[in-house]
Design a protein. Sequence first.
Length: 278
Amino acid sequence: MPQTVHAHDAVLPAATLVIKLGYRGAAFSGFAEQPKQRTVAGDLKQALTTVLRRPVELTCAGRTDAGVSALAQYVSVPVDAHEEKIPKRQLLRSLTALTDDDISIQEIYKAQSGFSARFDALARSYRYRISAGLRPVLAWDHAWWYNGALDVAAMNEAAQIFVGEHDFKSFCKALSAVDKPTHRYVESIQVAEIQEAGEKLIAIDIVGNAFLHTMVRTMVGTLVEVGRGHRATNWTREVLLACDRKKAGPTAPAKGLVFTGVLYPDGALSSWPETEDL
């Protein structure tokens, strides 16, 4: 039987609700909804459906794979004239209460009708953490433990070959590159030693306009081949030019990757109004 369509199901967008959220990726089968799997989009969509009392469609800045975490994922949802008047603290309180503790609702913004968290993004940034040598303690859940020494300077030198616009077909899942554009622009990439909570780690920070499926993790796996001394620093150029996934290094484990930020045009986002509870 056909489903009944209620008046509140048809949204006449007056504005866009934009949610900045973080999540620990371990328990999720990625961001995108999947049948019979727990996903970030699935949990958030359920919470939003409860708060807005209607079905919702959401768009994210960048899909993350199973096991990948985020500090600053952005999600956009069209809202009508009544919904844009819901007080900010009410939205924050409700969404926090309706999501489990591996999701953090960090901020709520308002954007014009038609804004897209995905298509209006100018740049996206990621950080990958590696613990080289000693088994990490506090970083265990969000770093790749590589049980050996890595030459950070060599890795950083090799990484600079990625800067600029290139065909990154060698660094994405082969099936996802079929009949799809694989050119991307990498604004910057830096490999450096850092210290977090008393532990020494290697951080690989990368900023680009967009990324292919498993692109960052394959780049990391390729740089580790250089860092462990198995490849020369100029090998990354050969891999890049080959446009062949088989030429690159292994895909680094998902748990070391964190989606750290998104850049939008100035003025695109404003704080959701702080009004009294309805």
